[in-house]
Design a binder for this molecule. Structure first.
Ligand code: SAH
Length: 359
């Protein structure tokens, strides 16, 4: 048993079964044993690989998107460029490198990172050496001002509660302990909180509905900043344009799916992002969410193919083949192209590149 599993067993024996959200929050964020607190999960030697780690082109194109967005904002001479959950800091480093030619953009940008893990902050500082960076443990600690917010694979790490429709009605899935001592999921009769006017009435027995209070509260906080100070947010993640039913609670370790209850603190726990719920939460505080775009479309419309072509020019065949395979991984529907989606949110009256372009 992992040290965190022992602590969770004690907690459940004392307080009774816990929500999936509390279990997930402990597994990822426990200050001593949480997954993100103790590990460096990214890359080939880690547990999973994210788009900025697949290709420098991902962060570069997002950097160009940020420059165009800043221009649409009227080129404020000082603005916040913040990333939520920056991992190794690769996306921000690539974005700033691509934006380097726009010296007025770079001079205006105040770089802020929202990162809970002290260990990952050290890595981010290394990746972003030479850049003036400020870190915050929570979004609420950011200073006010016009802003561009970026988040890649951040919202999937925020805890979800799960509700299951049974023949008798709704019940919440709770993590308890089986007679053999392992964690197990049980049901506690209770209705899901009504969020986003979900079509809960259409549920059939067996359906599972997921709610992330942390995700909707975070996007609402982001959107409130956008409505009061102007700016835009770009959220990239795997998920669906909900509401939708399905159990998406999952664990990944060493690039393989695992039982999410099996090794608390040692596997990455995530859930698919309900983009419909995020958009609704943003709209509710007066911001303007755009129609969801797939990651593949987003990158191609930003010029991924042209960027790949330039990057491969004068390179050897092996390098060109590597670049071509990066393009495929990022855009192919069989890889990340359609499972991953991009949500843009902004203050009203801002024309966002890609989202507000003529098709
Ligand atoms: N964006 C990066 C990393 C994604 S992993 C990439 O694409 O490679 C998720 C990141 O979010 C990690 O940096 C993790 O430490 C951070 N994180 C997760 N939950 C968080 C929370 N509640 N508050 C702040 N940071 C969090």
């Amino acid at each position: 048993m992992t040290p965190l599993a022992e602590a969770l067993v004690r907690r459940i024996r004392a307080d009774g079964p816990m929500t999936v959200a509390d279990f997930m929050a402990a597994c990822l964020g426990d200050p001593r044993h949480g997954y993100y607190m103790t590990r460096q999960p990214f890359g080939r030697g880690g547990d999973f690989i994210t788009a900025p780690e697949i290709s420098q082109m991902f962060g570069e194109l997002i950097g160009l998107w940020a420059v165009a967005t800043w221009q649409a904002m009227g080129k404020p001479s000082s603005f916040i460029l913040a990333e939520l959950g920056p991992g190794r800091g690769t996306l921000m480093a690539d974005a700033l490198r691509a934006a380097r030619l726009r010296t007025d953009f770079v001079a205006a940008a105040r770089i802020h990172l929202i990162e809970a893990s002290p260990r990952l902050r050290v890595l981010q500082a290394e990746t972003l050496r030479g850049v003036d960076v400020k870190w915050h443990g929570e979004f609420a600690d950011l200073p006010e001002g016009p802003a561009i917010f970026l988040a890649n694979e951040f919202f999937d790490a925020l805890p979800i509660r799960q509700f299951a429709r049974t023949a008798e009605g709704w019940a919440e899935r709770m993590v308890g302990i089986a007679p053999d001592g392992h964690f197990t999921v049980g049901l506690r009769p209770t209705a899901p909180p009504v969020i986003g006017g979900a079509g809960l009435a259409n549920a059939a027995p067996g359906d599972v509905f997921e709610v992330s209070r942390a995700a909707t509260a975070t996007i609402a906080a982001v959107a409130e900043r956008l409505t009061s100070h102007g700016g835009a947010a770009l959220v990239v993640d795997y998920g669906h344009d909900g509401p939708a039913f399905g159990d998406t609670f999952q664990a990944v370790a060493e690039h393989r799916y695992q039982d999410p209850l099996a090794a608390p603190g040692e596997a990455d726990l995530t859930a698919h992002v309900d983009f419909g719920a995020l958009a609704e939460a943003a709209r509710r505080v007066g911001a303007l969410p755009r129609r969801l775009v797939t990651q593949g479309d987003f990158l191609i419309r930003l010029g991924l193919r042209q960027r790949a072509e330039r990057l491969g020019r004068d390179k050897d065949d092996a390098t060109r083949a590597r670049i071509a395979s990066e393009v495929r991984r990022l855009t192919d529907p069989k890889a990340m192209g359609t499972l991953f989606k991009v949500l843009a949110v902004s203050s009203h009256g801002l024309a966002l590149p890609v989202f507000d372009d003529d098709p």
